[in-house]
Design a protein around this ligand. Structure first.
Ligand code: UDP
Ligand code: MG
Length: 139
């Protein structure tokens, strides 16, 4: 069954470049509600587990190094059609191919350091949100 939640991370490049505020403002303008938010830095081992689905891909080692290189902001968001609408808001993985005005077009440096994560399905949104947050019962 479709849910109305998605999961995002503001990635180390965007945090280091002071883009947390502007990115959260874009998310807010797009009518997403923040359900949970955490500023944290993860070890290689922990972020490696998060991205285990990409283990066989050529960029996995680079991705794990990069995502553990500095603080990130992990967020659970709520909105109708959250997963698809959020993927649209962030734009293509490669910022050079992202639609103008999308978060990656505005803030991403490269295909690896691409400013923001967005879940690709309702199922993964739930798994990824649960990876970072517990005790969300009262929401
Ligand atoms: N990535 C990369 N090189 C690539 C493809 C992806 O470094 O050729 C990184 C990038 O940070 C991306 C993440 O791996 O956001 C996960 O890849 P995915 O294909 O799931 O892209 P996304 O869903 O983030 O658009
Ligand atoms: Mg993905």
């Amino acid at each position: 069954m479709a849910t109305n939640r998605t999961f995002t991370m503001i990635k180390p490049d965007a945090v280091a470049n002071n883009h947390i505020g502007p990115i959260l403002a874009k998310i807010n303008e797009a009518q997403f509600r923040i359900v949970a938010l955490k500023y944290t830095q993860l070890s290689r081992e922990t972020i490696g587990q998060f991205y285990a689905v990409h283990k066989e891909r050529s960029f996995y080692g680079e991705l794990v190094d990069y995502m553990s290189s500095g603080p990130i902001v992990a967020v659970i968001l709520e909105k109708d059609n959250a997963v698809a609408d959020f993927r649209k808001l962030i734009g293509a993985t490669d910022p050079a191919k992202a639609e103008p005005g999308t978060i990656r077009a505005l803030f991403a440096k490269s295909i690896a350091a691409n400013a923001i994560h967005g879940s690709d399905s309702d199922e993964n949104a739930k798994i990824e949100g649960n990876f970072f947050f517990s005790m969300l019962e009262r929401f």
